[in-house]
Design a protein around this ligand. Structure first.
Ligand code: SAM
Length: 349
C-alpha cells in the first residue's frame, strides 16, 4: 500500500511526477479508501460539505471541429443539429434562477452562428436580469480579443478542457488543424484576462497512458486553474472511436481525489459522464472530493440531440425533477446542494 505517498500528498499538496506515476500504477482499493478519505477531508476544510450547482445550457449542437471522440464532430452526418435563440437561452436561465441556480453555464459546439456581438448581447441580458448570478462560458477556442470582449460583457468564468497535456496524444485525438499549443495559449489568455478558468481532460481516452495522466496532473498543478473538469471518455457510435473502451469509474474517482489534494481549493465537478458510466457515479465523485454538479437546464426537447457520447443520462427529465433527484443523491453522499454562486477561493490572477 502507498500510505506514505498519500499522506505526503495530503500534507504537501504535491508529489513528484515519478511518485504520481507510482501511485496511479500501483493503486489498490485500500489506497483509494485512504486517498478519498483524505480528499474529502481536504474539501470539507475548504468548502465544508457544500455542493455547488451549475445550470448547464447546451445552446448548440453544431460544431465546426472534428474531434475524433465527440458525437458533435462535423463529420457525423447522423448528428441531430439545433441551436437555441437568445430568447430561448434567457428563458432557460429564468427557469433555472427560480429553481435556485446562481451559475449558468453556456456550453456548445463551435458554432459560427453565434458571433461575439450575439454572445455579448446574451451575456449582458443574463447579467442584467440576474445580477447575482455568474455566467460561465464553454465555447471552445476563440481569439484573445473575443475572450476579452465576452469578459467585458460580463462573463465570469470559462471552461476549456485542455483534453491532454501530451502533444502527441493530443494529435491522436484531434484533426491536424487543432493543436495543443493553441489550446494552451487560449487557457493562458483566459487566465490573463481575469476569468475564473477551468481546464480538464477525459479519463481513459484512446491512447492515454499513465505518462499522459501524469503530464495532465503536472499541468493542472502548475497552471493552478480555478476549476477542473474530468470525466470518463465514453464512446459515441458514430465517431472513429465508436468501438473503443470507455474510461473507468474507478480511475476517474482515484484521479478526482488526487486533483482535490493537489489543488485543495479547486472547484471540481462530479460530471454527467461519471453518472452515465455508473448509476451512482456522481455520488461517488462527491465522496471522492468533488464539490460541484452541473444539471441540465436545456429545453427537454433538445437534450437528446446534444449527444457528445452514447447513453447520456438526464436527457428526458424536467429541470425541477432533475434537480430534486440530484439533491437527494448529493445528500446520500453526505453533501448539501446550496443556492450560491460558488466562486473559486483561488485568487483570480
Ligand atoms: N466545444 C467546446 C470545447 O471544445 O471546449 C465545448 C463543448 S465540448 C462537447 C465539451 C467537452 O466534452 C470536451 O471538452 C470533452 O472533454 C467532452 N467530450 C466530448 N466527447 C466526449 C466523449 N466521447 N466522452 C466524454 N467526454 C467527451
Amino acid at each position: 500500500m502507498e500510505k506514505e505517498l498519500i499522506e505526503k500528498l495530503y500534507l504537501t499538496a504535491n508529489l513528484t511526477d515519478k511518485e504520481l506515476g507510482r501511485l496511479i500504477e500501483n493503486r489498490t482499493n485500500e489506497d483509494f479508501a485512504l486517498l478519498s478519505e483524505r480528499a474529502r477531508q481536504r474539501c470539507n476544510e475548504e468548502y465544508g460539505n457544500k455542493v455547488y450547482m451549475r445550470g448547464l445550457i447546451e445552446f448548440s449542437s453544431y460544431c465546426k471541429n472534428d474531434c475524433l471522440y465527440c458525437g458533435l464532430r462535423r463529420s457525423n452526418k447522423n448528428a441531430q443539429r439545433y441551436r437555441l435563440s437568445a430568447e430561448e437561452i434567457i428563458s432557460c436561465c429564468e427557469t433555472g434562477y427560480k429553481l435556485g441556480f446562481r451559475t449558468f453555464v453556456l456550453q456548445g459546439g463551435e458554432d459560427a452562428f453565434y458571433s461575439d456581438d450575439l454572445f455579448c448581447e446574451i451575456i449582458r441580458s443574463v447579467k442584467k436580469k440576474f445580477p447575482d448570478a455568474a455566467v460561465t462560458l464553454s465555447l471552445g477556442e476563440r481569439s484573445h480579443n473575443s475572450f476579452k470582449r465576452l469578459f467585458e460583457a460580463g462573463a465570469d468564468r470559462y471552461l476549456l478542457r485542455h483534453e491532454t497535456a501530451d502533444s502527441e496524444h493530443y494529435g491522436r485525438l484531434h484533426p491536424k488543424e487543432l493543436s495543443l499549443e493553441n489550446r494552451m495559449s487560449c487557457l493562458k489568455s483566459l487566465k490573463e484576462i481575469g476569468y475564473q478558468t477551468g481546464c480538464g481532460f477525459m479519463v481513459g481516452s484512446p491512447y492515454q497512458t499513465t505518462d499522459c495522466i501524469v503530464k495532465d496532473l503536472r499541468f493542472i498543478k502548475d497552471f493552478q486553474p480555478h476549476m477542473v473538469g474530468i470525466g470518463p471518455f465514453i464512446p459515441h457510435k458514430d465517431t472513429p472511436f465508436g468501438e473503443e473502451k470507455a474510461g473507468t469509474l474507478e480511475l476517474t474517482l482515484f484521479l478526482l481525489s488526487i486533483i482535490r489534494l493537489l489543488l485543495p481549493k479547486v472547484l471540481l465537478p462530479a460530471t454527467t459522464a461519471l453518472g452515465t458510466i455508473s448509476p451512482t457515479g456522481r455520488e461517488q465523485g462527491i465522496k471522492a472530493g468533488a464539490n460541484v454538479v452541473m444539471p441540465n437546464l436545456s429545453p427537454v426537447g433538445v437534450r437528446k440531440k446534444y449527444a457528445i457520447y452514447d447513453n447520456k443520462i438526464c436527457t428526458g427529465e424536467e429541470a425541477a425533477e432533475c434537480l430534486e433527484c440530484l439533491g437527494r443523491r448529493v445528500k446520500t453522499a453526505g453533501g448539501e446542494l446550496v443556492v450560491d454562486r460558488g466562486d473559486s477561493k483561488i485568487p483570480i490572477k
